[in-house]
Ligand binder design. Structure first.
Ligand SMILES: Cc1cc2nc3c(=O)[nH]c(=O)nc-3n(C[C@H](O)[C@H](O)[C@H](O)COP(=O)(O)OP(=O)(O)OC[C@H]3O[C@@H](n4cnc5c(N)ncnc54)[C@H](O)[C@@H]3O)c2cc1C
Length: 485
């Protein structure tokens, strides 16, 4: 009998847990530890943030799904890993603290044969003074944050209707943020809502980003063939900004936020302030700050985790100049180099380096996107790790044989640019591979035909279809495993 403990029930952890349960017979245990009782389809938080959806439409309770599938769910947060056990046991275990209201604060040590760290990002609002829901800006990172953002946006719309001019700033709240695609989506959904409300003319919308150019999205931008010509996501994104009258501030790092005013610096070394009535700025991400201890109790956090708090896996973490970056630097099995039964997937694994070119202001401030680990790659990693663990438990192999490198997988991303079945639109992008590989694709690093970009109403329908499909899949309903990650 083996026990697999999955930490986190988001896109990667939940995918891993359901596949593990599908692949392993019932003599083996699958335990999921996650602090939130709800599953959240995070991409649709954008629509919660403009009031088009309610939190209940993007969430569902995890326990009934896990009960149905025979997964042992513990509503708790992991705080420490003991991959070598201790003087009592030679088995690895994880320390958890219950968040389940019935057991709140209770601690437990859960032994494992395999553990998957899929704890996603810690929303590091603290990196920028005044940033976030406890400060002076809103967020759409969780359904609760998004619900609050929608309320504030409704207040802005009411003021616009009363004839008051309003400035809305949307983007990223730190020079090292990732997830620019989500900020881009929220910008254009807000713009759409203001037009629908008939108040667009009194509103100024400013997209503030750490990207060097529009359309970078943290993946260094996209090149693709359209009508026989190579075009770029920069060109395409810039035309959308122009068409919708959205201004942009590029290459920016937000230093601090006060009530109604933010302070920022840019790559060229200049600094400025920006007054706002409404600001949705994403925080930078870091790992969940789990600790790790050796058998003798000594702290091995720095061995197991990168300084960013993300789990070190089978990546090449040697510091290299950009022109020496290789596709092979990226991990493919997500196994810890120190412990063969410890894995890190989704946002929780430590990437070897960014995808966009790293840049610093003259004073040393880093102002360039961290690499995104979006939904599709996170799901694919979760599935590959589940298959590897199942193979090792059932004796099919001794080492991980299934690979899911971001340098070998494609990803599709549909960025909503306004909700609505007749008036909605979305920017649909596919890229292959996610991490450029200049050896296989000289010049652009990606396939020019398997990388695409399109904007239109069909994209909105696609985004809505993904919402329905992925919630169906995550509920583990009939045929769930046939729906691709
Ligand atoms: C607003 C927004 C919009 C987005 N839109 C898109 C999109 O359109 N397309 C796309 O592909 N991607 C999108 N993304 C990115 C996508 O949401 C992430 O790639 C994906 O959620 C990452 O999956 P994950 O499992 O690594 O992390 P998450 O989905 O965040 O899951 C992490 C899990 O770990 C749990 N957890 C946290 N701490 C602990 C702990 N200490 N112990 C145990 N469990 C813990 C959490 O409760 C959660 O269940 C968007 C992101 C945001 C913020």
């Amino acid at each position: 009998m083996a026990r697999v403990v999955v930490l986190g029930a988001g896109i990667s952890g939940h995918t891993a847990a359901l596949h593990l349960r599908r692949l392993l017979d019932k003599q083996h245990e699958v335990v999921v530890v996650s602090p939130n009782s709800q599953w959240n389809w995070i991409p649709s938080n954008i629509w919660v943030g403009v009031g088009r959806m309610k939190p209940s439409q993007v969430t569902f309770p995890l326990k009934p799904v896990y009960d149905k599938h025979g997964v042992d769910f513990r509503q708790a947060k992991a705080v420490a890993l003991h991959p070598e056990g201790d003087e009592r046991t030679s088995k690895g275990y994880v320390d958890v603290v219950y968040t389940d209201p019935a057991r709140a604060g209770e601690t437990q040590s859960i032994e494992y044969d395999y553990v998957v760290n899929a704890t996603g990002p810690k929303l590091n609002f603290a990196a920028t003074p005044g940033l976030g829901p406890d400060g002076h800006t809103v967020s759409v990172c969780t359904y609760g944050h998004a619900d609050e953002a929608a309320k504030q946006l409704a207040g802005v719309i009411a003021k616009l209707k009363a004839g008051q001019r309003q400035t809305l700033v949307i983007g990223v709240g730190h020079g090292t943020c990732t997830c620019e695609g989500a900020a881009f989506e929220y910008t254009f959904n807000v713009e759409h809502e203001l037009r629908e409300a008939g108040v667009r003319d009194l509103a100024e919308i400013i997209y503030l980003t750490n990207e060097y150019e529009l359309g970078d999205f943290g993946v260094g931008g996209l090149n693709f063939k359209q009508n026989g010509f190579v075009t770029t996501s920069k060109l395409w994104t810039e035309s959308l900004f122009k068409e919708r009258g959205v201004k942009s501030i590029l290459r920016a790092h937000v230093q601090k936020v006060e009530e109604g005013r933010l302070f920022y610096e840019t790559l060229d070394g200049s600094a400025d302030t920006l007054d706002f009535d409404f600001a949705m700025l994403l925080p930078p991400f870091r790992g969940q700050d789990l600790q790790a201890f050796a058998k003798d109790g000594s702290d091995i956090t720095a061995t197991v985790f990168a300084p960013s708090g993300f789990l070190k896996v089978d990546a090449d973490y040697t510091a290299k100049p950009v022109d020496e970056w290789k596709a092979g630097d990226w991990p493919s099995t997500y196994v810890s180099p120190s412990y063969p039964n410890v894995f890190g997937v989704g946002i929780a694994f430590a990437p070897p380096h960014p995808i966009s070119t790293p840049r610093k202001a003259p004073n040393g401030t880093v102002i360039s996107p961290a690499p995104p680990r979006t939904g599709m790659p996170s799901g694919l990693m979760g599935r590959a790790v589940a298959m590897n663990i199942a193979d090792m438990i059932t004796g099919k192999s001794n080492t991980p044989q299934h690979h899911a490198s971001m340098a070998e997988m494609g990803a599709a991303c549909v960025a909503s640019a306004g909700a609505g079945f007749t008036k909605g639109s979305a920017a649909s992008m596919t890229m292959y591979p996610v991490v450029p590989d200049y050896d296989r694709f000289p010049g652009y690093g990606r396939s020019l035909t398997e990388t695409t970009g399109e904007i239109g109403l069909a994209g909105h329908w696609m985004k809505h279809l993904l919402h329905v499909m992925f919630i169906y899949k995550a509920k583990g309903k009939l045929g769930w495993s046939m729906i691709p990650e």
